[in-house]
Ligand binder design. Structure first.
Ligand code: TYM
Length: 332
């Protein structure tokens, strides 16, 4: 059976991008594969959260995973820092990752620009830790959004380099995966690119937002002056709104608005109102379930413990073999 690994950083609440890029695939994959899904709390230390914020964010994401339908019996649902073998393998793999290639990573280059006063070594070696998350369970498939493609490429490089260095085929080559075929990129509402938390308060639609906030955000989304000629090409902003619609609206509703765009009768206010309505229909039940799960501390604790045990069992097996391969042998 194929093994699957994927994770999400606990930097607050999950948004539609996280869901459609990652969690939606997790839900389907837990039914058919040997799955490890985790909360990447060590990764999130690169931004120096306070201990209270860190704990709260981990709790929220755990509740969100469970509320969305991840089943601790069907998959290993765990918290990264609960598996110390990850940190151990990270130490070893850092020895085979080179400054040049780490500096060329797109996410590192972006962070150098956006958090100039906190360019720490953890940011530089972020792709090594991510590779370790994947390699420690010898994953074949990694369900992620399009933004993680380069990290997967680096994971293959590090795994292959280890294999080559020790003349083994220990680590398989993991592939990024999405049931839709292509990796997903959910656009944000500000027209600036992918939906993300760092895109500003109005860019992302969070599952935790109440109806009013979500409605307001969508009604404020950027548009243009409207089509001036029949079948005019769409601007990025309008294209983004249609892309979002594809995630939450019925096909015939989308077609109606497409036709209206093509013959210049479209009213963006109506388009956004429809998008807001359909988004809320999708989010509201999940949001209610998140609240219930988050209040059930016993369920959270049981889920995290079961996940930790499953993940450690697999990680310990890998790390013991890695120690042998590297040449760490006991004298006692
Ligand atoms: P993170 O926490 O930024 O995002 C979590 C997942 O959500 C996806 N995603 C999106 N997909 C489509 N459109 C969007 N707008 C969008 N925004 C986020 C991401 O692609 C990701 O799948 N480095 C990873 C976390 C990580 C990881 C791993 C993932 C750590 N170790 C091992 C897979 C395997 C990250 O920062 O994702």
């Amino acid at each position: 059976m194929k093994t699957v690994v994927s994770g999400i950083r606990p930097t607050g609440n999950l948004h539609l991008g996280n869901y459609f890029g990652a969690v939606k695939n997790f839900l389907q994959m837990q039914e058919e594969y040997n799955c490890y899904f985790f909360i990447a709390d060590i990764h999130s230390l690169t931004t120096h959260p306070t201990p209270a914020d860190l704990h709260q964010s981990v709790k929220t994401v755990l509740a969100e995973y469970l509320a969305m339908g991840l089943d601790p019996e069907k998959c290993a649902l765990f918290i990264q820092s609960d598996v110390p073998e990850i940190s151990e393998l990270y130490t070893y793999m850092n020895m085979n990752a080179y400054l040049g290639e780490l500096e060329r990573s797109a996410s590192f280059k972006e962070k150098v620009q956006t958090q100039r006063n906190n360019v720490n070594a953890g940011l530089l070696t972020y792709p090594v830790l991510m590779a370790v998350d994947i390699l420690i369970h010898k994953a074949d498939l990694v369900p992620v959004g399009k933004d993680q493609e380069q990290h997967l490429e680096m994971t293959r490089t590090f795994g292959n380099r280890f294999n080559h260095m020790y003349n083994t085929n220990f680590f398989p080559e993991p592939q990024a995966f999405s049931f839709t075929g292509d990796l997903v990129k959910v656009p944000g509402l500000t027209g600036s690119g992918k939906m993300s938390k760092s895109g500003g308060a109005n860019d992302a639609i969070f599952f935790s937002d109440d109806d009013k906030v979500t409605h307001k955000k969508i009604m404020r989304a950027k548009t243009d002056e409207g089509p001036k000629a029949m079948n005019q090409e769409m601007s990025t902003e309008i294209n983004n709104l249609f892309d979002l619609m594809h995630l939450v609206s019925e096909q015939d509703v989308i077609e109606t608005f497409r036709k209206q765009y093509a013959d210049c009768t479209i009213r963006y206010g109506d388009l956004k109102k429809q998008l807001a309505e359909d988004t809320l229909k999708f989010i509201a039940p999940v949001r209610e379930r998140i609240k219930e799960v988050e209040a059930d501390t016993e369920y959270l604790s049981r889920a995290a413990k079961t996940g930790m045990e499953k993940a450690r069992e697999s990680a310990i097996k890998t790390i013991e073999e890695v120690r042998q391969i590297i040449g760490f042998r006991k004298f006692y």
